[in-house]
Write a protein that binds this ligand. Sequence first.
Ligand code: NDP
Length: 424
Amino acid sequence: MKPLTKDFRHLSRPEKINQLKEHGWIKEQSEQILLNNSEIDKELLENLIENVIGQGTLPVGVLPEIIVNGKSYAVPMMVEEPSVVAAASYGAKLFNKSGGLKIVKSDNIKLGQIVFDDVADTKQLSKDIFALESEIHQVADQVYPSILKRGGGYQKIEIDEFPEESMLSLKVHIDTRDAMGANIINTILEGISHYLEEQLSHTNILMSILSNYSTTSVISIQGKIAVSDLEKSNVSGEDVAHRMERASVLAHIDPYRAVTHNKGVMNGISSVVLASGNDTRSLEAGAHAYASKDGQYRSLTTWKYDREEQYLVGTIELPLTLGIIGGSIDLLPISKVTLDLLSVESAQELAHIVAAVGLAQNFSACRALVSEGIQHGHMNLHYKSLAIKIGAKGTEIHLITEALKNMDKPNLETAQALLYEMRN
Ligand code: NDP
């Protein structure tokens, strides 16, 4: 695959698609979906969810290059917010200059819970369950033999006791390979539940369901940016690095900042996850729970200024449970294109890219915040939306956007006045 050209963002949409194809990033089938058929076909549409009345669409943009563990990726991002793709692409470009991002931690085990209620003695029940561990393992293998053949399946059990509420949660660790695994886990859990109901007397199983708090599938990615690349406007690179470090401290200690900081991280993460057809709600719930793992909501990323080596070092850590197969992933046209473009070999590889984009996204937002301010970049894209909103067409969009940038009070009214002037 050839890298995308430096002028990629200036090409027209068909030219961009053509370059992705010519440079070997997408197959003919993806090219056709992008050019002609980005909609979900009628048959699939009417059967995918309930009470279907139509379909919504969002733009899909491409982050041209992000290097993770030495491999280059062009990453599709599906999002309605202007500036997200541009910001992630900028962050990725600076990481790439220093060799790209590296995987620090990569776990891939999913969790399910079988919850017992009205437990008179949680310690005793715990002992009784552990005594049946090898049988539980056998039941899990029998219930879902195909995942075993794929090299996954049951791993181990763990127990959380809640004696004050007479409850006990049996946590089952399962490897679901390249699937997100919700249905696989739930099927295995129900099999184990039936077995335990038969084996243990007086049990009241309240529920059996996967846990979206997947502390056993934590991904951590790290990257560094040369301080000389951080210089911006009138602020020196050293100053930006120092201010980024302080912004990171703030996002660690102040939940008011941490939530906004993590919203920026999720701009990158959710956009890639949505484009891939994965379940955004499950990973968002898990990510925010992980941000509160020590009792206070904190940032999912950290930024440290390495004064000796003159690098800004960024790290992201969060749980990610993604699939490259299963659910709606292999059904939706855009997720087919996403997987073709990313050409990942495993769900884990997709998770590494997703985390890396989250870090690149967060870098750009924080860098802008501590130097020229976030509105500078945002407003330029906002002016473009404003021009489209008032009905500007073709070259008018560019002319009005540029004119608004130089105005004292760029708003809807001034944009309308500009368009009127231009046309009369
Ligand atoms: P599926 O039910 O589609 O199961 C995955 C399928 O992929 C299986 O049929 C499996 O085949 C097949 N498969 C093929 N190759 C592989 C491979 N290499 N590794 C793993 N599986 C493979 O999807 P999931 O179990 O992943 O469930 C995801 C769906 O569940 C999502 O739509 C999600 O939104 C939803 N969901 C989420 C919940 C939550 O987050 N709380 C709760 C309930 C549902 P085989 O069976 O032959 O092994």
